[in-house]
Design a protein around this ligand. Structure first.
Ligand code: FES
Ligand code: FES
Length: 158
């Protein structure tokens, strides 16, 4: 097994680790850093459950090797709440009861967060397209779209 030293910033904390060169970023986050909010479902880049924000972009962490994340800046769902204050997208899901089993929700939230941050003009009508790569087996998407729309409205008030 060959190893490689990586250094990255995750949720504002610097981490330096020696990792198996074949280890996925998803498994590095869940197994080595013990942050299990990032979920694994398909493991093939199809469902978006494993979405994290890497250098400002939403990415499927099941498709990226940990070594490819060397020197990057990553945010996971655990990094959104600041000093007890939920991110507006988390709040939107609570306000609109957008969660059923919840397994897919961290991925939706991270995808939406990256989109909000990269496009200040994001509109309600853009939401289905923004999260088109995230799959939910429970909700039928209506509550999810409403939750993200609520977050857009919360954020514009700030
Ligand atoms: S677990 Fe990564 S896209 Fe499905
Ligand atoms: S809420 Fe269950 S998979 Fe989306």
């Amino acid at each position: 097994m060959s190893k490689y030293n990586i250094t990255l910033e995750l949720n504002g904390v610097k981490h330096s680790n020696s990792v198996d060169t074949k280890k996925l970023l998803l498994n590095y986050i869940r197994e080595d850093l013990h942050l299990t909010g990032t979920k694994e479902s398909c493991g093939e880049g199809e469902c978006g459950s494993c979405t994290v924000i890497m250098d400002g972009k939403a990415v499927n962490s099941c498709l990226i090797l940990a070594v490819e994340a060397d020197k990057s800046k990553i945010t996971t769902i655990e990094g959104l709440e600041i000093e007890g204050n939920l991110d507006s997208i988390q709040q939107g899901f609570i306000d609109e009861h957008g969660v059923q089993c919840g397994f897919c929700i961290p991925g939706f939230i991270m995808t939406a967060r990256a989109a909000f941050d990269s496009d200040p003009d994001l509109k309600r009508s853009d939401i289905p397209g923004v999260v088109a790569g995230n799959l939910c087996r429970c909700t039928g998407y209506v509550k999810i779209f409403k939750s993200i729309d609520k977050a857009l409205r919360l954020e514009r008030k700030r």
